[in-house]
Design a protein around this ligand. Sequence first.
Ligand SMILES: NC(=O)c1ccc[n+]([C@@H]2O[C@H](COP(=O)([O-])OP(=O)(O)OC[C@H]3O[C@@H](n4cnc5c(N)ncnc54)[C@H](OP(=O)(O)O)[C@@H]3O)[C@@H](O)[C@H]2O)c1
Length: 233
Amino acid sequence: MKPYVSILMVTSVDGRLHPSRFTSSPDGTRRDWSTQYEKVHASLRADAWLVGRVTMAEMSKAAAHAPSKPAAVRRPIHVAKTDAATFAVALDRSGKIHFERGEVSGDHVIVLLGKDVPDSHLAELAADGVSYVVAEKSDIDLSSMLDVLAREFGIKHLVVEGGAATNGTLLAAGLVDELRVLVAPAVDGGENVQGIVAYGDGLAGRVRMQFKSVDALDHGVVQLCYSVLPAET
Ligand SMILES: NC(=O)c1ccc[n+]([C@@H]2O[C@H](COP(=O)([O-])OP(=O)(O)OC[C@H]3O[C@@H](n4cnc5c(N)ncnc54)[C@H](OP(=O)(O)O)[C@@H]3O)[C@@H](O)[C@H]2O)c1
């Protein structure tokens, strides 16, 4: 059974993705809004968070360093740490992200990869103490990946933390249970700037949102929470 999946994002009033572009406010700073985000993240007490390749590459900037000698690698699953309690999961279809160690922000790293990832990359991940799961096909079947995260790693609550493409693909696949948006007192206003969800020509007819709650947090931030329901059949 898949974990419970929440999406958690901070956004401007006009729904944009990049806090570095937001207007300023007398209510607080970008750092204050980021602190509110971290507080909500901690309050969810989830055992894992997941981000897309672009977002994880902003957190892990190591260069490629595959072992010089060919090494035997395990497929499809390599568990590098059996006693981890919290996990940082990355969607990285073709193995573009490199890690210095098996942890990001104190959480054990699991990388979800497509079938065509080379053995040299898997050997590098294993040598760095990173766990991984290789999909059966080039395209990652997210539903079965979430089942694997629950079964093999014991993950019960997964918080998806962007970016837009990752949120979009999980919503389109019907795998998200709730959407939490922290709206900062700011606008972006730029044309052609990413919003917090992106999926092809849109998600209309694929999912529905149902209002759950609204909370005023500190520094002018408003938390909106919605249940995510399947589209009407
Ligand atoms: N405001 C916030 O709260 C917040 C939170 C997180 C991130 N961000 C920002 O969001 C930006 C990145 O967003 P983004 O939409 O460009 O990128 P992203 O979602 O971080 O990563 C997208 C990539 O992840 C991989 N991916 C996503 N879905 C997949 C699937 N179903 N199967 C296989 N691979 C999949 C693909 O990698 P490949 O291209 O390698 O196939 C895809 O190009 C960053 O600038 C970051 O700072 C903002």
